[in-house]
Every structure is written in C-alpha cells, then in structure tokens.
Design a protein around this ligand. Structure first.
Ligand code: SF4
Length: 210
C-alpha cells in the first residue's frame, strides 16, 4: 500500500482505487450465468505468477473514487454487485458495502482472504493462493471455495484448504485458463473420484465477455 495520499483515506475506506467497473455476466462459481455489476478494486500483494489481471496490482495507476461515485456507477444495472480485484481486502470494505447494502444491492466478494476481512457480504467466494494463504478468520465465513488448478499439486492444496471451510461451503476446482486443455481432463477425473468437488469454468472467457 504505497499511495501518496493521506493514509487515513485508505484506512477509512471512503475512497478506493478502482481499476474498472462493468456490467456483465458472472462467469464463475455458484452464480455463473447471472448478470452482475463488477467493481474491480486495484491493488494486490499476493503475486500469483499466472495471474490474469496483473495490471491490477499497482493501485497507484488508478483513480481514487469515493464510495458515492462507485454507487453511482453501479446504479441502473443489476441488483447483484461483485467486488473483485486485485485483492479488495487490502482496503477497508465497510464504507462501500454498507452503502451498497443501504441501497438494496446484493453484494458479493471474490478474495484470496489474505488480508483482514472487512465489509458486509451476502456471498463470499474464497479463492486461496499458495503465495499468501488466507487468514484463519475467513474460512468459516466462505460460501464457496474456489481453487485454481495450475498443476497436479494443486489437488493436494485444494484438500488442505477444504478441511478449513464450513460444511456448507461449496467446493470448486477451476482450471487456470492458459493451462485449461491440459488441466480440464485431470479435474474431470478428480471430481468423478472425489465428488464433494464441482467444476468451475471461466465461462465469461468462452463467451468472450469481460
Ligand atoms: S490474488 Fe488474484 S489478483 Fe492477486 S495475484 Fe493472485 S490471481 Fe492475481
């Protein structure tokens, strides 16, 4: 977090660095196929080598928007909002989510869980990353666990992570996009042998939408 502005703005969370926001179809996980307004918060300190949004990592590159400005962009689309990143939990998410909830939105987050959980969420998609594991507090609150499978070792990691979530948490294995041709057959085989898991695909990429 190296913004050259008053630290308090970030601690308070009333302004957030926003890389982009857009109305589209949620492509992944339990809500795939649902129209949703995405808010991509800039900044990530996890550093996955296969990350498909590396341009989100440096929050200094993006404008600071007030939560009211973000709300204005979100209005007149769908009721479902997905806050993603980057890693949104690098910032205090209470002001934004409280404002969205006050305006009757259903608010989802996609997070690695590697920072303190802040915000009021209707749905938490926890996608743990080996480079910076989630903090313990978030596991029991996750509604879905999404493990990105880049190679065979990720199945073992997936099982370790699945032990930490609640029994109601939905378990997904999702192929890393660039490796999908090699990984999808492995996931199919794994899920058929371990059927507590489901497959998640990045269907928005197949549909050629953001
Ligand atoms: S946590 Fe997400 S945004 Fe951050 S590096 Fe990993 S994949 Fe990219």
């Amino acid at each position: 977090m190296n913004k050259k502005v008053d630290d308090d703005i970030f601690k308070d969370g009333f302004k957030l660095p926003i890389m982009e926001s857009f109305y589209t179809i949620q492509g992944e996980g339990f809500y795939k196929g649902s129209a949703a307004f995405f808010i991509r918060v800039a900044g990530c300190d996890v550093g996955c080598h296969w990350c498909d949004v590396k341009e989100s990592w440096d929050s200094d590159l993006y404008p600071l928007l007030s939560v009211q400005e973000i709300l204005k962009k979100a209005k007149n689309h769908s009721r479902m909002i997905v806050v993603t990143g980057g890693e949104p939990l690098m910032w205090n998410m209470y002001p934004l989510t409280e404002l969205l909830k006050k305006n009757k939105f259903i608010v989802h987050i996609e997070t690695s869980g590697s920072n303190k959980l802040t915000g009021v969420w209707d749905w938490i998609c926890l996608s743990p990353k080996r480079r910076k594991n989630p903090l313990d507090e978030i596991y029991v609150k996750a509604n879905e666990l999404k493990i990105i499978v880049f190679n065979r070792h990720d199945f073992k990691y997936a099982e370790e992570q699945a032990k930490k979530v609640s029994k109601n948490c939905i378990l997904y294995l999702q192929p890393e996009w660039e490796k999908r041709e090699k990984i999808i057959p492995l996931i199919i085989d794994y899920v058929m042998k371990n059927n507590k898991w489901k497959i998640s695909l990045q269907t928005h990429k197949y549909l050629n939408i953001p």
